[in-house]
Write a protein of this length. Structure first.
Lengths: 113, 113, 113
């Protein structure tokens, strides 16, 4: 199992969510985060000097999925989260050792959905 | 070391937090997330068509623990986070390579608590 | 690639952010979390009994970086996030299998920045 973490623009969320549903993803968590990226001006001054702190509001989506589904989900994200402008965001893939459904105590891939 | 991420109902948080304290867990992070799960209606329509976007407010708890404690914490979560209704949530276990306590610069299992 | 997750005091954020920029980190996500740590009183009573629930507002910073940068970033965090008081927070290092820049579809270390 893998955890897919993706940082996306809030404006693409509705389309991304639908695309993920069509890929069979019916469980995910959405968190509002403050994003810092190339989009935000680099800052040279430090400690006691003036500087500009800038954030972009982004959404972080987290979903644990079967290994077999990872590539299809990446493709769906690349299609529906992209605007072509700087700041479209990232996809990160992390290993997951176990997943458990609290209601039934099931473990493993059956517990994901 | 492992990271335990669990998505739970806000209503069970107080009991879960107490159960974790009894297991010796005195460090964790709590985040409010917007959850999408089987609980929320599956959506068939797409792009330009009407659809219902639904979320359930959930809490994400994150804690890094010693490998030896993982199973006891899973059992505590299964006991105190479960209501038996759809939407009770998940437990995910991820590998952690290093932990550092900022105040003392200690590393490894001693840095967790 | 590694994911660095660090829980810090909000009061040190501006200095930490600057120190990270000087290390070449120009992408990260910031989330407000409710922290529970040694700082907060341990609770002995349970279920139906009175107890004190206490949180400290903390910031969680998440950044995916090249393996080569991990130790320098840890050192920057240890220097700028530390006040010497209980509650300075933690650094956790997790493995990352893939990173993808949504705009260009680039993968791997080139996709991080
Ligand atoms: N290395 C990273 N680790 C974690 N989060 C990151 C990282 N880089 C960027 N992010 C997140 O992604 C968001 C978008 O970053 P940014 O504006 O730099 O665009 P990008 O995704 O790097 O692509 P590009 O700048 O090439 O268009 C940031 O606001 C931040 O939340
Ligand atoms: N695969 C997943 N990856 C990440 N988060 C998930 C995943 N599945 C569910 N979640 C999170 O768990 C919450 C609960 O999901 P859901 O309502 O489907 O119940 P469940 O935990 O799947 O159990 P069940 O539906 O069988 O009772 C969701 O709102 C979402 O935040
Ligand atoms: N094991 C852990 N796993 C995940 N998050 C943790 C863990 N321990 C602490 N945290 C987070 O770090 C924050 C600070 O914890 P705490 O007040 O105990 O200080 P500390 O970092 O443990 O260092 P010390 O207490 O030794 O000064 C907590 O509020 C919590 O958000
Ligand atoms: Mg960038
Ligand atoms: Mg479900
Ligand atoms: Mg502590």
């Amino acid at each position: 199992m893998k955890k897919i973490e993706t940082i996306i623009r809030p404006s693409v969320f509705a389309d991304v969510r639908q695309a993920l549903a069509l890929e069979g993803i019916d469980g995910l968590s959405v968190t509002e985060i403050a994003g810092i990226g190339k989009q935000e001006g680099r800052v040279g001054l430090f400690r006691g000097n003036a500087y500009t702190m800038e954030f972009s509001p982004k959404l972080k989506l987290e979903m644990v999925v079967d290994d077999d589904k990872v590539e299809d989900i990446i493709q769906a994200l690349l299609e529906y989260a992209s605007t072509g402008q700087v700041g479209d965001g990232k996809i990160f893939i992390l290993p997951v050792e176990e997943a458990i459904r609290i209601r039934t105590k099931e473990r493993g891939v059956v517990a994901i959905g």
